[in-house]
Design a protein around this ligand. Structure first.
Ligand code: CA
Ligand code: CA
Ligand code: CA
Length: 235
């Protein structure tokens, strides 16, 4: 069993490496398989695989367990991944498993935010209620501060973007979002219907000077946008 687990982790490493979201995907998705860096100073960080494999919450639980119990539970999970019960975890089974943990992450996130914005359990959330909860503070702000931009970021631009995404997600056009519509709003990357707005938002993010075109400099600038931990740009 131990050998099997080692093989599995090795395979997760390969898979997770190819599953690291590209910067433009990450922007919209805004989550990664793990909070950990997959490679630190070219050293492979096993914490990344650990979290990608189990999901962040589950990985936390595992970190607190004694080794024998971790091993036992991992064995149970490996049993679940091995869909055809042939005693081996193949790449397809591993892919399905990682998709399943990502899916679960989205569902948990939607559940949490749906409850937060809809505490009385209505069928839908009206735009105005959402706007008030998220951007209500802007009503009391100085209009000059609202227009202020910090590296292309402004509250006003964020509100405009959310408003547009809301309208896209609002399939029946009543300006309220049902739970299904709200899921598309929060996680447009997971919905074919939302593809256009995902592309629009991505281009807007890269196109820093707002001329509607992506220059080489803007593209390169975007590629290194995520290296916040002091990584140096290559020459
Ligand atoms: Ca199998
Ligand atoms: Ca609607
Ligand atoms: Ca541009």
């Amino acid at each position: 069993m131990m050998l099997q687990i080692c093989v599995t982790f090795f395979m997760v490493t390969i898979l997770a490496a190819s599953a690291i979201p590209k910067p433009e995907e990450k922007r919209v998705v805004d989550y990664d398989l793990s909070d950990a860096q997959h490679f630190q100073n070219e050293q492979h960080n096993t914490q990344y695989d650990h979290e990608a494999f189990l999901g962040k919450e589950e990985a936390k639980t595992f970190d607190q367990l004694p080794p024998e119990e971790s091993r036992r539970r991992l064995g149970v999970i490996v049993g679940k991944i091995d869909a055809d019960s042939d005693g081996l975890v193949d790449l397809g089974e591993l892919k399905n498993w990682i998709q399943f943990t990502q899916r679960r992450y989205i569902e948990d996130d939607v559940e949490r935010q749906w409850k937060q914005h809809n505490p009385t359990g209505n069928e839908t959330i009206p735009w105005e209620a959402y706007r008030k909860a998220v951007y209500g503070f802007m009503d009391d702000m100085d209009p000059r501060d609202l227009d202020k931009e910090d590296e292309g970021f402004s509250y006003k631009a964020m509100l405009t973007r959310d408003r547009r995404r809301w309208s896209f997600a609002d399939k029946d056009g009543d300006d309220h979002l049902s739970r299904k519509e709200f899921t598309d709003f929060l996680h447009p990357e997971d919905s074919v219907r939302m593809r256009d707005v995902v592309i629009t938002e991505t281009i807007e993010d890269i196109d820093k000077n707002g001329d509607g075109k992506v220059s080489m400099d803007e593209y390169i600038g975007d590629m290194y946008r995520t290296s916040e931990d002091g990584e140096e740009e290559p020459d």
